[in-house]
Write a protein that binds this ligand. Structure first.
Ligand code: 5GP
Length: 187
């Protein structure tokens, strides 16, 4: 298989609850050139999630079969579940002439960057871990134990931000959105 050109791919990572989803949704409303890459996961859907939005939800055995069939551009275990980006999802977006925006964890972002240095990687940094904790509690979709687990992971993830091409501190959506649009215009 030829190595695809991923110049029109932008990868966003942030600790869970970092406000990345709000930012991506705001971006998709104002920039019709950008399409969100839908990842595949083995995690259970939350109450407001359905098949295909925001993930393709599949069983562990199916995911492992897809790994063997080399269907993933990258995949990683995150908090006891598998998450991955399929080649077909990225091909679909690029064939539409669009820019693919990927919302994936640090392991996945660095896997892609190693193989495809032409991708652009952006770390979305929450203003502080305290604010991150507050946001997670307000969201109310995780137990206290899960929130502690996510905050510990966030603390670890912050250490890797230097590996990204850009960092955006997400204190207000408006400001972060302008910074993100400036990056996208350079692609
Ligand atoms: P959540 O379960 O809160 O939706 O996502 C948990 C973490 O999984 C987030 O850090 C998110 O960026 C990451 N994630 C989502 N999709 C993918 C993917 O396709 N690949 C990788 N490596 N991480 C992903």
């Amino acid at each position: 298989m030829n190595k695809p050109d991923l110049k029109k791919v932008i990868i966003l990572s942030s600790p869970s609850g970092g406000g990345k989803n709000t930012l991506i949704n705001a971006l998709l409303k104002i920039n019709t050139q950008v399409e969100h890459s839908i990842s595949t996961t083995t995690r259970q859907p939350r109450y407001d999630e359905v098949q295909g939005n925001p993930y393709y939800f599949i069983r562990v055995e199916e995911f492992e079969t897809m790994i063997h069939e080399r269907r993933f551009l990258e995949w990683a275990p995150v908090l006891n579940n598998y998450y991955g980006t399929t080649h077909s999802e990225i091909d679909r977006i690029l064939k539409n002439g669009h820019i693919a925006i990927l919302d994936i964890d640090i392991q996945g972002a660095l896997q892609i960057k190693r193989l495809h240095p032409e991708v652009t990687t952006v770390f979305i940094e929450p203003p502080s871990l305290e604010i991150l904790g507050e946001r997670l509690r307000r969201r109310g979709t995780e137990t206290d134990e899960q929130i502690t687990e996510r905050l510990t992971l966030a603390n670890e993830e912050m250490k890797h931000k230097a590996a990204y091409d850009y960092t955006i501190v997400n204190d207000t959506v408006q400001k972060a959105l302008v910074e993100l649009q400036n990056i996208i215009h350079k692609l």
